[in-house]
Ligand binder design. Structure first.
Ligand SMILES: C[S@@+](CC[C@H](N)C(=O)[O-])C[C@H]1O[C@@H](n2cnc3c(N)ncnc32)[C@H](O)[C@@H]1O
Length: 199
């Protein structure tokens, strides 16, 4: 795939399987953002990327605002959402709960009074790139490293009223100079660092 292309499909058989059998509100992602225990906060997915995590959270009932700053990636999400909104309910219903903003979350967050901010920046490149799925490799070609993730986390901590969640690989050390997380939830290959905000 060339540097300027990215394809997103929320209606694939594989993604349907992920939505149906991913563990519902007991999965680590849902617990990390506080979706279990009968609460359904509004969630800002500040690093939308391929849109998968945000779509899964919308499938679990949350209203999602996705933010993506790379225009061709945002356009691919928008197109995929349009297709999903016309598909069968398992895809259409979450897609209708998702709003997409094209822009830099570091700036956007100050204008939208978020409750929960979810951050999944590009992870450090893995040596064994065969382990990384093709569409994530395409995304990395377009996006590169998110070198300003520290500033994004600080902005999220400043503006979120309930919590900030950072998804990060188990094998990598945390970005420098971060406040100590309130707690961590371990997924298969990633850890969700949860920062509870008291505002
Ligand atoms: C690793 S991907 C996210 C993958 C996503 N969680 C998923 O499930 O598909 C990171 C994305 O966040 C975007 N991003 C990073 N920093 C951003 C910022 N400050 N504002 C908006 N988008 C940002 C990048 O352009 C990239 O598309």
């Amino acid at each position: 795939m060339s540097q300027q292309q990215i394809h997103i499909d929320f209606t694939s058989a594989a993604f349907r399987h992920r939505l149906k059998y991913g563990g519902e509100k007991g999965q680590a992602l849902a617990k990390a953002v506080g979706l279990n225990k009968g609460r359904t906060p509004a969630i800002v997915d500040a690093t939308a990327g391929l849109g998968r995590d945000g779509f899964i959270l919308a499938h679990l009932g949350a209203k999602i605002t996705m933010i993506e700053r790379i225009p061709i990636v945002a356009t691919a999400i928008q197109k995929a959402l349009q297709v999903a909104r016309k598909a069968e309910p398992i895809f259409a219903e979450p897609a209708k709960r998702i709003k997409l903003i094209t822009g830099d979350a570091i700036e956007v967050l100050s204008n939208i009074s978020p409750q929960v901010v979810y951050i999944d920046p590009m992870h450090p490149a893995r040596k064994k790139s065969a382990l990384v799925k093709q569409n994530m490799r395409d995304l990395r070609e377009i996006v590169g490293d998110d070198d300003d993730k520290q500033n994004l986390i600080l902005a999220a901590l400043q503006f979120a009223s309930q919590r900030v969640v950072l998804k990060w690989p188990k094998a990598a050390s945390l970005p420098n100079d971060l406040a100590k997380p309130s707690y961590e939830i371990s997924g298969k290959t990633t850890i969700y660092y949860v920062f509870i905000c008291s505002k």
